[in-house]
Design a protein around this ligand. Structure first.
Ligand code: NAD
Length: 371
């Protein structure tokens, strides 16, 4: 029997709590059938935390997250809080967790499952077999750089500005995550920047190259301008294994890679911190890439698979339970091959189901596979 693992669950807002309920079923199944026990705690984040505690990420949530081995995050935000000032909005909840836990490497897989090949907006023969991992730096760059702001000039006109800034150590640590991942996959990293027009991009290209030469000579490194990468993702996506980018380009390109797979409701992500040299542990947060989907919240029709697949990533990356992660991913693929679809991935001839029926189907498939 494996030792208990400390898990913090943050359902958040909108469809977050609905899809998290389905993960709970999977966790129950793992405890019963695979002898993996979790010490689970729930916490408040986003709009739910604003209502209860007056803050989108109360200190107590940060403390719980720091004490946990892994955090499973739902989604935050909704129209109810849209009129709040920028610095009080629910979305600040996830930004604070990333910053306070030092979660600098955001991993977003874009995997086209055979059963969903026709859900992509691109032709089936272009996307069939696509299996990309985008590694996005997530605590630096233009989303955090100073100075930033909007100022009014003497002539009364406004000027908005942000700063894209990277220290070479920030580039090196996220590059290592990408190279380590590539070694476990198809051994290729495509590093994207705009070294042709940006100084921080020049440094990015130089540092990634130095790290590869000194520490990962066995991994193939390709440098690509971010705009070219966007075009290549749409025309020849199968050339990519691991794509490495800064906060801004990683954000945009991972959404583009996600679009290749057909549905936001299918895509998980992980955000990892540095490995503690003493304990060997690292902070990590797992979340679907979709938001709180206020347009469908409360209707029981949200796709729970991105949240369930985020849990599979958690099993793999935080607890090295690769076999269980693969079991869960295979169960999801089999449910889809069997013809069940939530509304967002509905295709002709398939059976349309709601959130809880989809969650139950995954557990039933796990039962069959483990029988
Ligand atoms: P969204 O991802 O919530 O929704 C976009 C579209 O995809 C909607 O039509 C929605 O119904 C659909 N969709 C999303 N997830 C789905 C699922 N699991 N099953 C079926 N359909 C699904 O993005 P948005 O509409 O731009 O944002 C809504 C709110 O979520 C905003 O407040 C935004 O700030 C927030 N948001 C939060 C996060 C996060 O918590 N990390 C991420 C993105 C957006």
């Amino acid at each position: 029997m494996a030792a208990n693992k400390k898990l913090l669950i943050l359902p958040g807002d909108g469809i977050g709590p609905e899809v998290m309920r389905e993960v709970r079923r999977v966790i129950d199944w793992m405890s019963r059938r695979r002898a993996i026990s979790f010490d689970m705690e729930e916490g408040l984040v986003g709009g739910a935390a604003i209502e209860a505690e007056g803050s989108p990420c109360p200190d107590v949530t940060v403390e719980k997250a720091k004490a946990a081995d892994a955090v499973l995050f739902g989604s935050v935000g909704g129209p109810r809080w849209d009129s709040l000032p920028f610095d009080q909005r629910p979305e600040l909840g996830i930004l604070r967790l990333r910053k306070d836990l030092g979660l600098f490497a955001n991993l977003r897989p874009a995997l086209v499952l055979d059963a969903l090949v026709d859900a992509s907006s691109l032709k089936a023969d272009i996307v069939r077999g696509v299996d990309i991992m985008v590694v996005r730096e997530s605590t630096g760059g233009v989303y955090f750089g100073e100075p930033r702001g909007v100022e009014t000039l003497p002539d009364g006109k406004r000027r908005g500005f942000d700063t894209d800034v990277y220290h070479e150590d920030e580039i090196a640590r996220v590059a290592r995550v990408a190279f380590d991942l590539a070694r476990k996959r198809r051994n290729k990293v495509t590093s994207v920047e705009k070294a042709n027009v940006m100084q921080s991009g020049r440094l990015w290209r130089a540092v990634v190259g130095e790290i590869q030469k000194a520490e990962y000579p066995d991994v193939e490194l390709e440098n690509m301008y971010a705009d070219n990468c966007a075009m290549q993702l749409c025309s020849r996506p199968k050339q990519f294994d691991v794509i490495l980018g800064n906060n801004l380009f990683g954000d945009v390109l991972s959404d583009l890679a996600a679009a290749l797979t057909g549905s936001l409701g299918m895509l998980p992500s992980a955000t990892l911190g540095a490995v503690d040299p003493v304990t060997g542990k690292r902070h990590a947060l797992y979340e679907p890439i979709h938001g709180s989907a206020p347009d469908i919240a409360g209707k029981g029709i949200a796709n729970p698979l991105a949240q369930i697949l985020s849990f599979a990533m958690l099993l793999r990356w935080s607890f090295a339970l690769d076999e269980d992660a693969t079991l869960l991913e295979t169960a999801v693929a089999k449910v889809l091959s069997g013809g069940l679809r939530t509304a967002d991935i509905m295709q002709p001839g398939m059976a349309r189901v709601g959130t809880s029926v989809m969650g139950e189907a995954v557990v039933r498939e796990l039962d069959k596979m483990a029988a």
